[in-house]
Each structure stands twice: as C-alpha cells, then as structure tokens.
Design a protein around this ligand. Structure first.
Ligand SMILES: Nc1ncnc2c1ncn2[C@@H]1O[C@H](COP(=O)(O)OP(=O)(O)OP(=O)(O)O)[C@@H](O)[C@H]1O
Length: 296
C-alpha cells in the first residue's frame, strides 16, 4: 500500500470538466488521526485547488469522514498539518476560542449526507440559511436577508420557500438548503460528504450539476466524499482513493477510471460496474458526466 500526494490538477486535460484551477485552498500533509485505541488515518496527503473538484472515494469505514472532520478541526490530529484558504490558516492545532473564531470565518464549510439530520427541523429555510451569517456577527438584518436570498438563488431555490421547514421540502430541496446554508458565508472550501447518496436519481443529478456549476462560478475548492464512484466520476477533476486510512491511488479522474493501478481501486470499479450491470456502469457514468457538463 503506498501513500501518495494528490498534486495539482492538470486543467484542460481529459481528466474532467475543469476550467483553470487556481491556488491551492486545502493542503493536508501527513495527516494521522487516532480515535480511541485505533489509528484511523495513517499519513494522508491531499490538496484541493480553487475551481477544482477532488473526489475522495473509499468504502465505508475507510476514514473519509474522519478526514473531513480533521479538515474542520473537529478531530485532533496526532501528526501532519492541514492548511486552508487563501490565507493558509493552519487548522491543525487550533483549539478553543481560536478554533471557534476560525469556524466563524466560514472558510471551510461542510455539507452532510442527510440534510434531514443536519438541518434543524424547527427552523425555517430562511433562518437555517441565515445561521452562519448571524454567527459571524456584524451584519444588520437587511444584509442577512440579502445574503439568504443570494444563497437560495445560487442553489436554484425560490425565495418563497424561506418560510418552510425542512419537513415541508423534498429531499433534493433540503439538500439545496444545506448547500445554500454553507454558501451563505462565502466559503473557500466546500466539503460535501456523500451529498447525493440519500437522493433519488433525478435529484442526485440536479445536485451534482449544481455543485459542478458552483465550483466554477465561485472558485470554490470542492472535496466530494463518496463511496459511489459514479457520482464522483461525474464531476471530479481528480480522485483520491482512500483504503483503510491511506491514500492508495490518486490522479485525473479519467485516468484512474480507465487505468486503475491499485487493486483496491479496481475492486471499487468492479463493484460499481456490477451494481450497474457490467459495461452499462461505465456507459451510465459517461452519460451522467455528459449530462452534468452539458447543463452547467
Ligand atoms: N469517535 C470515534 N471513536 C472511535 N472510532 C471511530 C470514531 N468515529 C469513527 N470511528 C471509526 O473510524 C473509522 C473510519 O470512520 P469514518 O466515518 O471516517 O469512515 P467513512 O469512510 O467516512 O465511512 P462511511 O462511508 O460509512 O461514512 C471507522 O472504523 C469508524 O468506526
């Protein structure tokens, strides 16, 4: 098992739907995380540039969410460093009030798999999306309202939905609200953890199209975490494959899909293909990718 550095993408290659990738917005170097008695991440290197989507794939339990939590400063690292944003803020080692102050900046935002669990069921859409802006402080009511309206517009939701609660929305709308809430604070890095796995096929495609458009329009660095290779392949410029806490392969998406080098990647591809009935899996991925590209 080898560890590898996920290097800068190669914009404009066959790798994916990328424009020009900009400066590095997330750099993880040699990240080790121990939870309880077990080391979960064994020296992970990963980087994401502005305007770029990096897919982090791996089976359940491989450590994907743990990596995301480390990038947000939510779990302590035992070694390595993570820097985020254009200012290069070092997240590792931040504690207490310094960590809270960093979180308030909104530099890194996290979108969960299940918006029903991440959105407060009692808060209206408007209040949920406003949360980060209120927390940041220093904004008047009118500015917060404008921020909410802009964020909802960015994810294609009608302003009329602001008075509804999550229970009064479809699954796809809820996930858009969760993304709007993240966008409202103008993040530089967006980490989406299985953002479409709770959605049906139609909503899945719409949310992927949305994410693909956002990274370009907002120059976001987007880390897309999933065990579903098909979803990741549709929008990622590069993929990194996490196996038991180590990155075993990374590269331009098209290259990794066409010529996977590590047996674990081959196994993931094979299981994705069998899920979609053999060759139809590849055809389906390509069709999804075309659809996403054509619409954004
Ligand atoms: N708080 C914790 N204490 C101890 N072990 C933990 C804790 N949280 C996660 N783990 C373990 O760390 C490993 C990695 O979990 P993680 O959630 O990062 O995996 P994942 O790749 O995101 O999986 P999934 O796709 O199911 O979300 C798992 O074996 C999990 O049981």
């Amino acid at each position: 098992m080898s560890e590898s550095v996920v290097t800068a993408s190669r914009p404009g290659t066959a790798a994916g739907p990328v424009g020009a990738a900009g400066p590095v917005l997330l750099t993880a170097t040699g990240i080790r995380v121990r939870l309880g008695r077990r080391e979960i991440l064994h020296g992970v290197d990963l980087s994401v540039r502005s305007g770029e989507v990096v897919g982090l794939i791996g089976e359940t339990g491989s450590g994907k969410t743990t990596f995301a939590r480390a990038a947000l400063g939510l779990v302590p690292t035992t070694d390595g460093s993570i820097t985020v944003g254009r200012e290069g803020t070092q997240v590792t080692g931040l504690h207490g009030s310094r960590l809270r102050a960093f979180r308030r900046t909104g530099t890194v935002q996290y979108v969960f798999q299940d918006p029903l669990r991440s959105l407060d069921p009692d808060l209206t859409v408007g209040r949920s999306v406003a949360q980060g802006l209120v927390l940041r402080g220093g904004l008047g009511a009118a500015q917060i309202e404008t921020g909410v309206t802009e964020a909802l517009h960015a994810v294609g939701l009608e302003p009329e939905l602001t008075g509804r609660t999550p229970g009064q929305l479809s699954g796809g709308q809820r996930q858009r609200v969760a993304i709007a809430r993240a966008l409202a604070v103008s993040p530089q890095v967006l980490i989406c953890d299985e953002p479409v796995s709770a959605l049906d096929a139609a909503h899945r495609n719409h949310v992927l199209q949305l994410l693909n458009g956002l990274r370009r329009d907002r120059d976001l660095g987007l880390l897309l975490i999933s065990h579903d290779l098909g979803s990741v392949a549709a929008v990622s410029d590069r993929v990194a494959v996490l196996y038991r806490g180590s990155i075993v392969e990374e590269g331009p998406t098209a290259q990794v899909l066409a010529q996977p080098e590590h047996p674990y990647t081959r196994m993931l591809l094979a299981s994705a293909a069998s899920l979609h009935a053999g060759d139809a899996g590849a055809a389906q991925r390509q069709a999804l990718r075309r659809e996403v590209l054509a619409s954004t």
